[in-house]
Design a protein around this ligand. Structure first.
Ligand code: ZN
Length: 217
């Protein structure tokens, strides 16, 4: 494998120039393939004619992979306030120390759990479509979860998550599979989480969440 340094010359095919062109190795910020985020200051081959990045040498792959893993994807949605109450309630059932700052961690684990179920061919995702959030009332311990107020009259709150690239990909997979908008997906997901953690706890999931909750700061 050839190692290059800045200023080295090579040749590559440039799609813009539609020909084999001379290139110069330079350090550039390069966007990821999916357009979400970029990797900074990585050695690439730049077309001498049009200045386009035309090739990435093998030696730059680890830096790109690492940056991709560390990339943070901001996910924002507005939900009726009662959904955030549901989420916090489920988190609290796992750990009394769970707080707002742990929402990202709990949802990340849950998104991963659902994506794994989806991959295993369990049709969890489809069941959400028919699920009516208002049907998730019932007795939970001594506390009664009351029927949700009509959403139009309910105050909405912002849910802002910084997900890692892996979880963001899984979220996208779930969104594609369910054909739901992001807001609807989160609403369904939170109701399902309430079922899986509080109403009819799934042992494997609860154990996982407890493990993460114990390690969380
Ligand atoms: Zn070019």
């Amino acid at each position: 494998m050839t190692f290059y340094k800045e200023g080295d010359k090579s040749q590559a095919i440039c799609e813009d120039c539609e020909s084999v062109v001379h290139t110069t190795f330079q350090r550039r910020n390069v966007p990821f393939d999916d357009g979400v985020g970029e990797v900074e200051n990585v050695l690439v081959a730049v077309c001498d004619i049009c200045d386009r990045v035309v090739a990435v040498p093998a030696q730059s792959t680890p830096a790109i992979k690492a940056a991709r893993e560390l990339a943070v994807v901001s996910v924002e949605t507005r939900l009726p306030a009662s959904y955030l109450d549901r989420l916090d309630y489920a988190m609290n059932a796992i750990s009394a120390a769970a707080a707002t700052k742990h929402r990202k961690m709990f949802l990340s684990v849950y998104i991963d759990f659902l994506a794994r179920q989806e991959r295993a061919g369990k049709a969890v995702v489809c069941s959400w479509k028919q699920s009516d959030p208002n049907s998730h009332k019932g007795n939970v311990g001594h506390q009664v979860i009351v029927r949700a107020a009509p959403e139009l009259r309910e105050q909405s709150k912002r849910l802002s998550l910084k997900l890692n690239a892996y979880i963001a990909d899984e979220l996208l997979t779930l969104q594609t599979a369910t054909k739901l908008s992001r807001t609807e997906l989160f609403k369904n997901m939170i109701c399902q989480m309430q079922d899986d953690v509080v109403n009819q706890p799934k042992k494997e999931l609860v154990e996982e969440l407890k493990l993460f909750a114990r390690a969380a700061v």
